[in-house]
Design a protein around this ligand. Structure first.
Ligand code: ZN
Length: 240
């Protein structure tokens, strides 16, 4: 994995800008319309991304002070935030997204090298260095910008970010898939491998397509990838 802290911070800033900009074009009816995530309106989605910035700011606070600060006070807090967000006016949600993202950015600006290296606990219960926080935020803003369903698709995402995203999902999914899959982008030399049980014919299935489609496929989003064998593309669970 070759991504750096500077990469992740740049991705986080660019993705935030894109997402905030997209929400400013939503009127109340468009905000109430479904997102691409099952059961979530765009309001639910934006409330989730705004709350995520507040949650990640808790981790930055932890890194800055050394005082353990849980990302969410409880799992219920996360669910309640999304549900209540769905009932707020769209303009308020855009403002919350903007403010929480700015606060997170500013809190990160204050961290020194030692604080960046300190350990914090993610929502999934993984202990990571604080340098992972901008990466976690990059994934949220970029992938959910696509989920907003307002015309942003994976082709809007930076190539180096998409490569890092594929690395990340493949690492997390290792051992959790069936059948085994080889991922072969048609527009770059990268290859990824998801171990699992062999598919029809006793071999791994090779999933091909542009990097944008490989990333969309791995993220469990609508995609245009195909297989080299001409068989159905094995489904991937939705991620994030
Ligand atoms: Zn999310």
């Amino acid at each position: 994995m070759s991504r750096t802290l500077a990469d992740a911070r740049r991705w986080m800033q660019e993705g935030t800008e894109l997402l905030v900009h997209a929400t400013t074009h939503l009127d109340e009816a468009a905000y109430d319309a479904p997102s691409l995530l099952p059961g979530w309106s765009r309001k639910h989605l934006v409330a989730h991304v705004a709350a995520n910035a507040d949650a990640l700011a808790n981790l930055v606070h932890w890194a800055a002070t050394g005082t353990p600060t849980p990302i969410y006070a409880s799992p219920e807090e996360r669910a309640t935030g999304i549900r209540e967000g769905g009932r707020q006016p769209g303009s308020r949600l855009t403002e919350w997204l903007r403010l929480s993202s700015d606060n997170l950015e500013k809190a990160m600006d204050e961290l020194n090298e030692t604080q960046w290296a300190s350990r914090v606990l993610t929502a999934q219960g993984r202990t990571v260095a604080a340098t992972e926080i901008p990466w976690l935020r990059s994934r949220e803003v970029w992938v959910h910008a696509v989920d907003l369903g307002s015309g942003i698709d994976f082709t809007a995402l930076p190539t180096d970010f998409l490569t890092a995203l594929c690395d990340d999902i493949v690492t997390k999914r290792r051992g959790a898939t069936s059948p085994e899959v080889i991922l072969r982008p048609t527009d770059m030399p990268a290859r990824w491998y998801l171990p699992g049980s062999p598919g029809e014919g006793g071999t791994a299935v090779t999933v091909m397509g542009p990097l944008t489609e490989i990333a969309a496929y791995l993220a469990g989003r609508p995609h245009g990838a195909t297989t080299a064998e001409g068989v159905t593309v094995p489904a991937q669970p939705a991620w994030l």
